[in-house]
Ligand binder design. Structure first.
Ligand code: PBG
Length: 345
């Protein structure tokens, strides 16, 4: 062991710095703050109605009037940004996913509504066809393939509709090649030069997305309809790590402002490598399956819920992330506020 890093015992006793709360606080290397949080919110049609998500106890799909109240909560808590995800009426889903660029679709309506009342709150929207496609895929299905270039053309239309509605951040989550450059060029050409792109740059073909697919109603479509039964031909192989750096490098070169690693906790090694290699704003998505695992264990009394949630968010900061998309955002914001109150008093 390098003497510079750790001197020999007993001159060096690492426990000295851990011996009291004030000492621990003083040497703490990373800190979570409300400024690190992006809160994903699910939308449904209708009025004054909320619908639970089966495998995500505590998470609900909200009609627009209630989503507006959720946005108000986010603003009051100091959460910088919310991410909107639609559960589209199955009658509006088509093989071409045309509802994705309908200016009257759920996310565009919600964006306009929220922006009007809370212009200071950031709004992010996913760019991908899966909530709108009757095949449940993020791109277009032709035969047994999810095709790339035609899908990118659709994603560009979707991105422009969202930017037009007032989205501040676009999150292409589809993993098609070349979509960041195409979206960026289209945004520039349409005068939307200040719209941020938070690219789902290293997104893995993960089994941890299961509960989300139920939440947006993409689960029943995927697997039953046309095309491949999984997303492995476009999302990354969970065995790979160098490839994540190539994905991130390409997205940054094409005009992404921020990059994301997804899922989160099983991929902390990727977060660290991406942050070290690029020094760009880096985010992790603590996905639906991670949420479900914590909730299930906590419900059994097997884990202390609050401690585990805070530790899981802290882990992202330690791994180099600048922020986290998490369904726990409002709760974490409240806990941090309480903690601050306690430390000050
Ligand atoms: C789809 C998308 C997914 C998630 C965000 N955007 C699912 C998928 O790729 O199948 C997952 C989020 C979560 O699991 O919480 N474009």
């Amino acid at each position: 062991m390098n003497d510079f890093l750790a001197g020999a015992f007993p001159r060096t006793r690492l426990r000295r710095a851990r011996a009291a709360d004030w000492r621990r606080r003083l040497v703490q290397e990373t800190q979570i703050s409300v400024n690190d949080l992006i809160w994903p919110i699910f939308l449904i049609e209708g009025r004054n109605h909320r619908e639970p998500v089966g495998a995500m106890p505590g998470v609900e799909r909200l009609t627009l009037d209630l989503a507006l109240r959720a946005a108000e909560d986010a603003q009051n808590l100091g959460i910088p940004c919310v991410a909107l995800f639609p559960a589209t009426d199955p009658a509006k889903k088509t093989p071409g996913g045309e509802e994705a660029w309908n200016p009257e679709n759920l996310v565009c309506q919600a964006t306009r509504m929220i922006k009007r009342e809370f212009p200071e709150l950031g709004i992010m929207e996913d760019v991908a066809l899966d909530p709108y496609s009757s095949d449940g895929h993020d791109g277009l299905v032709r035969g047994d393939q999810v095709v790339n270039d035609e899908s990118v053309a659709c994603l560009v239309k979707q991105a422009l509709a969202q930017a037009e509605a007032g989205a501040d951040v676009l999150g292409p989550s589809d993993m098609m090649d070349g979509r960041i450059g195409a979206i960026r060029d289209a945004l520039e050409a349409a005068g939307h030069q200040d719209v941020l792109i938070l690219s789902y740059a290293a997104k893995y073909a993960s089994a941890f997305y299961g509960p989300f697919r139920e939440a947006v109603g993409a689960d029943s479509a995927l697997g039953r309809k046309a095309g491949p039964k999984d997303k492995k031909s476009y999302q990354m192989n969970p065995c790979n790590t160098d490839e994540a750096l190539r994905e991130v490098a390409q997205d940054l070169a094409e005009g992404a402002d921020m990059v994301m690693v997804k899922p989160g906790m099983p991929y902390l090694d990727i977060c660290r490598r991406v942050k070290d290699a690029f020094k760009a704003p880096t985010y992790a998505y603590q996905v639906s399956g991670e949420y479900a695992m914590i909730e299930a264990a906590a419900a059994h009394g097997w884990l202390d819920r609050q401690s585990v949630i805070l530790e899981s968010i802290q882990a992202f900061k330690r791994a180099g992330c600048d922020g986290v998309l998490t369904y726990y955002a409002p709760e974490v914001a409240k806990w941090l506020r309480q903690e601050q109150g306690e430390t000050r008093s």
